[in-house]
Design a protein around this ligand. Structure first.
Ligand code: GDP
Length: 375
């Protein structure tokens, strides 16, 4: 039954959500992504990578597998996949904009259950609030509770039920403390399965009147043994498909932001971009904002890391004739050396006037430059 429902729902035209992982250093952001991917970036597969933006594409079939295998729930998967972005310098990534809105659709805020809210958690909360980015909390490292019995990749409800009374009490004690810490930051939060149905719908109405009352979902996780990870993925998917349909509707108009400009030996300069919406093709004529004016060029090659592979880990890239949003893409083309990171690129369509597109492209250069200088 589950399979049939998934297939039926696949026809709806949503793009993959872009999900940022945030939180205090050592809370387990990298490890959590490792656990989702089944890789080992945290222990040095990528050697000293922690200062760059990382990105991983989690295809729908993997999401489906992870959720179905453990939770045995029938949720129709409408998003093609999930693009996970690990941003060590949260600030600069959160400052990026595409056509006026932030690049990340949702976020996972990772909090260490043993440590609670730390200064960088508060910083992350500020950014999330400022950008109005919806988020869930992964209350990580539950396996560190004294006496925790490991239940590999189990749903958190099942895992929790298998613990001794002492462990359960300790869990509740720490949870209550952390909920109180969030309250101090002006946020209501609760274990995701203790939030009553309809509770947030009611609260959202109030919020429209100016009060922020929505209850943030907390999902306890272990990035080492995988408890709670299927719950977390299910929560993200359900939430995107229920509450973010408008934002995640696939549109043909290309929306694409330059993250980094790289001069590579061998194949010249490439740009790393996030394709937020639309589709890019090899051979597309594009206009990129350059230091000295608009750069008009043609896409020579489009490549991405392999699905489930971390962008920062050296390895082969997959080449694509065309690629649909949302994705993290490396574009090779001529004359990209002076491209400005943080600006949007434009595709010149058959009916477009190149001069108009050039003007559009240069339009946001100044505000991007200002933002870059400020951060
Ligand atoms: P980041 O700085 O937030 O990316 O944190 P890392 O992913 O690098 O993790 C910091 C340390 O905590 C590493 O030694 C991880 O192995 C460890 N760690 C992360 N998640 C867990 C967890 O769920 N359980 C336990 N026991 N250790 C964890």
């Amino acid at each position: 039954i589950a399979q049939v429902e998934f297939e039926k729902a696949d026809n709806e035209n949503l793009r993959s959500p872009i999900c940022c992982i945030m939180g205090h250093v050592d809370a387990g952001k990298t490890k959590l992504l490792d656990c989702i991917r089944g890789t080992n970036v945290q222990e040095g597969e990528a050697g000293g990578i922690t200062q760059q933006i990382g990105a991983t594409y989690l295809p729908g079939e993997n999401l489906r597998d992870r959720i179905n295998r453990e939770l045995k729930v029938h949720v129709g998967l409408k998003v093609p996949g999930l693009l996970l972005i690990d941003t060590p310098g949260h600030e600069s990534f959160m400052n990026l904009r595409s056509r006026g809105s932030g690049l990340c659709d949702i976020a996972i805020l990772v909090v260490d259950i043993m440590d609670g809210i730390k200064p960088q958690t508060v910083e992350s909360l500020k950014l999330l609030k400022m950008r109005k980015t919806p988020f869930i909390v992964a209350l990580n490292k539950v396996d560190r509770l004294y006496g925790w019995k490991t239940c590999h990749n189990a749903s958190i409800v099942k895992a929790k039920n298998q613990q001794s009374k002492d462990v359960q009490n300790e869990f509740e004690r720490r949870l209550t403390e952390i909920i109180a810490q969030f309250k101090e930051q002006g946020l209501n939060s609760n274990l995701y399965y203790r939030i009553k149905r309809g509770e947030n719908e009611e609260k959202r109405e109030k919020e429209e009147k100016g009060e922020r009352e929505e209850t943030i979902s907390i999902v306890p996780t272990s990035a080492i043994s995988g408890e709670g990870i299927p719950d977390m993925l299910l929560l993200l998917v359900k939430w995107c498909q229920r509450d973010m349909v408008e934002k995640l509707t696939y549109r043909d108009k290309v929306q694409c932001t330059v993250l980094e400009v790289k001069v590579n030996e061998g194949d010249g300069t490439t740009i790393d971009v996030v394709l937020v919406n639309g589709v890019l093709h090899e051979g597309d004529q594009i206009v990129v904002c350059g230091m000295q004016g608009p750069i008009v060029t043609t896409i020579r090659a489009l490549s991405t890391p392999h699905p489930l592979k971390e962008l920062r880990v050296k390895g082969t890239y997959l080449h694509h004739k065309e690629i649909k949003a949302a994705q993290f893409i490396k574009i090779a083309a001529q004359d990209l050396k002076n491209a400005v990171a943080g600006t949007d690129i434009y595709v010149v369509g058959p009916n477009d006037d190149l001069e108009v597109v050039k003007e559009l492209t240069m339009g946001d250069k100044e505000s991007v430059m200002n933002r870059i200088h400020r951060t």
